[in-house]
Design a protein around this ligand. Structure first.
Ligand code: FAD
Ligand code: FO1
Length: 448
């Protein structure tokens, strides 16, 4: 670990892509002011982000463009540097400007840790958990078994961390000379991106994220607890893409939702998802090195799935057929098409969708691999700890308890078509999605 040196401060932004409500940026600013140094914000863009597709990059770059503008108003330069390895890119930039310290945000994912090791080898690197309300390592020092073990720990610490953010102020020492503005058209071109954000239902960037959250708070939070599991209703918040890219701070969302007048049961249910479930996913990826493998499942689930490896599978589909959404299960196909078409599958369907993969593939390993690949390729909020935890929950009983033993699943909780029919109007969902899918396919083959 290198002590902070004399030299400019660099905030290496990666996961928390926003100016307001960002503890990592606030810390970098504080350091710069304290040491009478200028501050720059760097984003190290890699074309090799695992499973990221052009439409994810387009969404992200539009958000970054807004961020560059906000920073310029504060007199803070924003640099977009491209390179295969963000750790290398950042170390190179830090050397170029003679950085005294690099501040970065937190991610529990393997590749992000490796990037950081590269920077920390040569520079003082200060990591600030700007993504979680109770910082991941403070919330718990170990892998938690389930929401029931993490929840009381978070409750005890929440009042200390769920606070209002201070404002972001311009640094005292200006960066000179101020670097030229980013050429965003060139950035899109070099990443091979054609056009801008292609999602019709969501606008990228912190401003749209704050507006989207406000609308949810005023119009849809009441009743969330009762209807969030019905995929025919737009009852979920729709915040996950903005939370994933850091356009919106979970702490801001929790702070405002907690003090919003109205439906207490709805508030509690929403905060349980946003705070407990989300931070449980971070805990899983941070403390379970095998967060994307069978070996990361709890021991009872591994043993039980092992005992059922030889069970007969009624249908075995190859990945292409699964990806095309051409199985015998109309609900599953609708869920898959919803994900491919919109980049966001409803939360209830995600569980059903992942569990079916266990029935239709030769092994739990194959189910997990295909599930992660499709989730990350198609979900706008994919490539996130929530995805790793969601798949490990569905296929491997992570954060769940053993259920009654049955074929293939062993003691891992099972979900059936019949169960879905009892919860919501499956026929209506399938009809609606099929119509939307046909229209979408037509639009793709004839864009004009
Ligand atoms: P809301 O219901 O409005 O919830 C608000 C926020 O709470 C979400 O944005 C999210 O941050 C958090 N949250 C809600 N449910 C969960 C949950 N089960 N676990 C952790 N956090 C939760 N979420 C992702 O963000 N990215 C993924 O790639 C992802 N993949 C999943 C895969 C599977 C198989 C499963 C079962 C779940 C997955 N989830 C994932 C979790 C959850 O389904 C989504 O976060 C949620 O549907 C997003 O929609 P929303 O923002 O409208 O949710
Ligand atoms: N972060 C980066 O620092 N550089 C990137 O090039 C980058 C690309 C990217 C693409 C898709 C996506 O979903 C996220 C992306 N991120 C990128 C941000 C990313 O969320 C976090 O750095 C990781 O999730 C770490 O947890």
């Amino acid at each position: 670990i290198h002590p902070v040196r004399t030299g400019p401060v660099v905030y290496w932004m990666s996961r928390d892509q926003r100016v307001l409500d960002n503890w990592a940026l606030l810390h970098a600013l504080e350091l710069a002011v304290e040491r009478r140094q200028p501050l720059a914000v760097l984003f190290a863009l890699t074309p090799h982000f695992p499973h990221a597709e052009a439409r994810h990059y387009a969404f992200m770059l539009e958000g970054l463009r807004e961020i560059e503008g906000e920073l310029r108003q504060l007199g803070i330069p924003f640099l977009l540097r491209r390179g295969d390895d963000p750790g290398e890119t950042t170390a190179r930039y830090a050397a170029e400007v003679g950085a005294g310290a690099v501040v970065c945000d937190f991610s529990p994912l393997r590749f992000a840790r490796k990037w950081k090791e590269r920077v920390a080898a040569d520079f003082p690197l200060l990591e600030v958990d700007a993504h979680n309300i109770v910082p991941c390592r403070v919330a718990s020092p170990k892998l938690e078994v389930g929401a029931w073990t993490l929840r009381p720990k978070l409750r005890r610490q929440l009042d200390a961390f769920l606070v209002e953010y201070p404002p972001v102020e311009a640094p005292a020492v200006a960066w000179a000379p101020f670097p030229p503005a980013v050429d965003w058209d060139e950035a899109h071109r070099t990443m091979g991106l054609v056009g801008r954000n292609s999602y019709r239902w969501i606008t990228p960037g912190p401003r749209a994220a704050r507006q989207g959250f406000r609308r949810f708070l005023e119009e849809r939070l009441a009743g969330y607890d009762k209807v969030r599991n019905d995929p025919n209703l737009s009852a979920q918040s729709g915040l996950s893409p903005w939370l994933h890219f850091g356009h919106l701070s979970a702490q801001r969302v929790a702070w405002e939702a907690r003090f919003h007048d109205g439906d207490i049961a709805a508030q509690e249910a929403f905060l349980d998802e946003l705070v407990v479930r989300r931070e449980l996913s971070e805990n899983f990826c941070n403390y379970q090195p095998a967060y994307d493998r069978f070996e990361g499942f709890p021991r009872w689930a591994q043993a039980s799935l092992n005992a059922h490896r030889g069970d007969k599978r009624e249908h075995l589909y190859d990945e292409a057929r699964i990806e095309a959404g051409e199985t015998e299960d109309v609900l599953w196909n609708a869920a898959q098409h919803q994900m491919v078409r919109t980049g966001k599958m409803h939360g209830y369907l995600r569980m059903y969708w992942a569990k079916k993969l266990l029935e239709w593939t030769p092994s739990p390993e194959a189910a997990l691999d295909i599930g992660l690949r499709l989730n990350d390729r198609y979900e706008l909020d994919g490539r996130d700890p929530n995805g790793f935890a969601g798949l490990a929950w569905s296929i491997g009983g992570m954060h769940d308890r053993p259920w009654f033993e049955r074929p293939i699943f062993g003691k891992v909780r099972y979900m059936s078509f019949g169960g879905a029919k009892r919860k919501f109007d499956v026929a209506a969902l399938v009809a609606k999605e099929n119509a939307a899918w046909e229209a979408w396919l037509k639009g793709r083959s004839n864009p004009h």
